[in-house]
Design a protein around this ligand. Structure first.
Ligand SMILES: [Zn+2]
Ligand SMILES: [Zn+2]
Length: 76
C-alpha cells in the first residue's frame, strides 16, 4: 500500500521532544500528554521581540515565530 510516509503526530514538546503537545481548553495553553508539562504561548518572540497575534484556539501553525522561527512556547 502506498500511503503517507509522514504521519502528522502533532507539534513536539519543547521539554521532552515527543510529539504529544496538545491544546487545552484554554486559548494559548498547551499540554504535553507525554510528560504532562504545561505551556503557554507567548505574545512576543523571546528571540527577536516580534509580536504575534494569538489566534483563539488556533491550530498548531503559530507555535513558532513567523519572523525568525523561534519558540513561542513558555513552560508554566
Ligand atoms: Zn513533553
Ligand atoms: Zn522571532
Amino acid at each position: 500500500m502506498s500511503g503517507d510516509a509522514e504521519i502528522d503526530l502533532g507539534p513536539k514538546c519543547p521539554t521532552c521532544g515527543e510529539p504529544w503537545l496538545r491544546p487545552t481548553s484554554l486559548p494559548g495553553r498547551y499540554r504535553c500528554l507525554y510528560c504532562m508539562r504545561r505551556f503557554e504561548l507567548r505574545s512576543e518572540c523571546p528571540d527577536c521581540g516580534s509580536h504575534s497575534t494569538i489566534a483563539r484556539l488556533s491550530d498548531s501553525a503559530n507555535l513558532s515565530c513567523r519572523n525568525c522561527g523561534g519558540d513561542m512556547l513558555r513552560a508554566i
